[in-house]
Design a protein around this ligand. Sequence first.
Ligand code: CP
Length: 336
Amino acid sequence: DSVFQGRSLLSTRDYTKDELMWLIGFAEHLKDLKRQNIAHHYLEGKNIALLFEKTSTRTRAAFTTACIDLGAHPEYLGKGDIQLGKKETVRDTALVLGSMFDGIEFRGFKQSNVEELAEYSGVPVWNGLTDKEHPTQMLADFMTIKENLGTLEGVTLAYIGQGRNNVQNSLMITSAILGVNYVNATPAELEPDPEILAVAKALAEQSGATITVTNDPVEAVADADVVYTNVWAAMGEEGQFAERVRLMSPYQVNAELVSHIKNPDWIFLHCLPAFHNAETDYAADIEAKHGISAMEVTDDVFYSDHGRQFQQAENRMHTIKAIMAATLGNLYVPSV
Ligand code: CP
């Protein structure tokens, strides 16, 4: 039997430290196989539904290529393609898809929807991002940290960004599980949800990690080994952009801020997409609407020798393979 078979990944809270570390190790193995062009068809003959209520580059591409490399068939079901949320409930959609597909990826607005899919579909469901969590991103992020720093033990991760978004929630919780010291530098108005902070602090007591929230980005980066940031307004929050920029401007990750980092071997991470130059249509649109060109990270940091965000993006595929194969591939993993 496998300790993973049949399980969903709705939050990293569903997994222990040892289980998450096993998945990261398995993803490293799958990355080696991919590099050597060695087949790894753990999911031969399986059908995987990819439900996307929101746009995606990395998550969609990672799930699609991961399915194909594992021998499975991916079926993309976009917001405009299926009845979900219009003519049909989440429960009924789960019952139908679960009768035809062996596993379901879901990216959408509500965490409660991914939970309902898992409850009623009868197959593993993998959370590809909701309002509350981004757990598949976490596997890639901590794999990238381990690849670059050699360990997660004693590592300090500083997240310079608002405390109330899905990536922050998941980073804080996953750091707490894995024993990674975590600092969130955020404006006072956007500090983490107290309930999620309490969960992280309780998990950190078991792992020995420290969880810190500060309004001072310089204090946050000083002892960091990893500096992580994210867009200031998430999908669907563009209407709040001007106010966000006002609050977030002191938290831009730029040359001046990173000059305070003591560890010369620090790395920069970003889940992407990043708002770091004015070349994109999105940047031009924001500038036209708000007369503001502020970005969460500047090019001199983004394209510096410290940047590992594209390695992190590639690792989405290897880690998504790991979670799909582990939960659906009848792997022999008796205990970890
Ligand atoms: N990091 C991430 O989830 O990227 P996408 O939104 O492009 O999937």
